[in-house]
Design a protein around this ligand. Structure first.
Ligand code: 13P
Length: 306
């Protein structure tokens, strides 16, 4: 059953696109990180997306059901009434998408971007038909991002999204939201100021005036770059994914620990863990206030019914 009160991306993103801000999509990765992320959104009256990918579920040792329970528990404890979307990030196997929808996710991503164009269209279309029948929104991806952490993508070569292909892709698949490749990367950036192709983003927006666009690789981007990407004529990106900065904040505040599973994090010394989770909350607050600038926007949405 869908997490009570959870919104789809179709409900959450159009106001952001219209009003020139984005909603942060935080990859909590560890069960324990769900609460501080939601707490940041509640404190700042911001809409928020909490997500996890197929590879993260495997790496950190969680099931979609575990993740949904963590979100539900945090929402109850915090008496959250901010607009919230529970989203499955990069996933290429239909079985995982089915489990997430069954576990109550309100949105999913099918990432068939490693496939040739027509195969990406075919797989995305299939997921759209399934997800829409369950009232769940679908994000898809066209183009490829580079990576420095090998979490979501393998390659070192970027393949930028071609605007005309983006139009054809959205028309043929019926996907609700499109992740574009315009120069960002997953993981930490090897250079301080990654070069973002704003012209390309503007061209995609001109061809697809209605489709919310997603910027992956949000960690390490300068705030001005994010502002510029959200403020294009007709609306820029309206969802920005953040994973690495959250995990790095957590592990640094815990004395520079290495990545571990979600259960191993739960077993850490409680005081040390509390310091780590506080750093996650501070990092999420910073992204909400100073990067995507969604603070205070929760009250522009209808009240959720939980
Ligand atoms: P970062 O790890 O660079 O923040 O990228 C996250 C992401 O795009 C997840 O889909």
């Amino acid at each position: 059953m869908k997490l009570p009160g959870a919104l789809t991306l179709t409900e959450l993103l159009p106001p952001a696109q219209r009003e020139g801000y984005a909603v942060a999509a935080f990859s909590a990765r560890y069960r324990a990180c769900v609460r501080p992320v939601l707490q940041a959104a509640v404190e700042l009256r911001s809409p928020v997306i909490i997500e996890i990918s197929q590879r993260e579920l495997g790496w950190f040792g969680l099931t979609p059901r575990d993740f949904r329970e963590a979100v539900e528990e945090a929402a109850r404890e915090l008496r959250s009434d901010v607009p919230l979307c529970l989203h499955l990030d990069h996933t290429w196997e239909f079985g995982v998408i089915h489990s997430a929808v069954e576990a109550g996710f309100s949105s999913v991503m099918i990432d068939a971007s490693a496939q040739p164009f027509d195969e990406n269209v075919r797989q995305t279309r299939e997921v759209v038909e399934y997800a829409h029948a369950h009232g769940v929104s679908v994000e898809a991806e066209l183009g490829k991002l580079t990576t420095t952490d090998k979490m979501e993508t393998e390659g070192d070569e970027a393949l930028y999204t071609v605007p005309e292909e983006a139009l054809e892709f959205v028309e043929r698949t019926g996907c609700d939201v499109l992740a574009v490749s315009i120069g960002t990367a997953h993981g930490v950036y090897p250079v301080k100021n990654p070069k973002i192709d704003f012209e390309r983003l503007a061209a995609i927006r001109r061809l697809l005036p209605e489709t919310p666009l997603v910027l992956h690789g949000g960690s390490g981007l300068p705030a001005e770059t994010v502002h510029r990407a959200t403020l294009l004529p007709g609306g820029g990106i309206s969802k920005m994914n953040v994973a690495t900065d959250l995990e790095n904040a957590l592990l640094a505040a815990m004395g520079g620990l290495s990545r571990m599973t979600s259960a191993q994090l739960d077993a850490q010394d409680p005081d040390l863990l509390a310091r780590g989770l506080d750093a996650v909350r501070a990092e999420a607050r910073d992204k909400i206030q100073n990067f995507v600038r969604s603070a205070g926007r929760a009250d522009t949405f209808p009240l959720p019914t939980r």
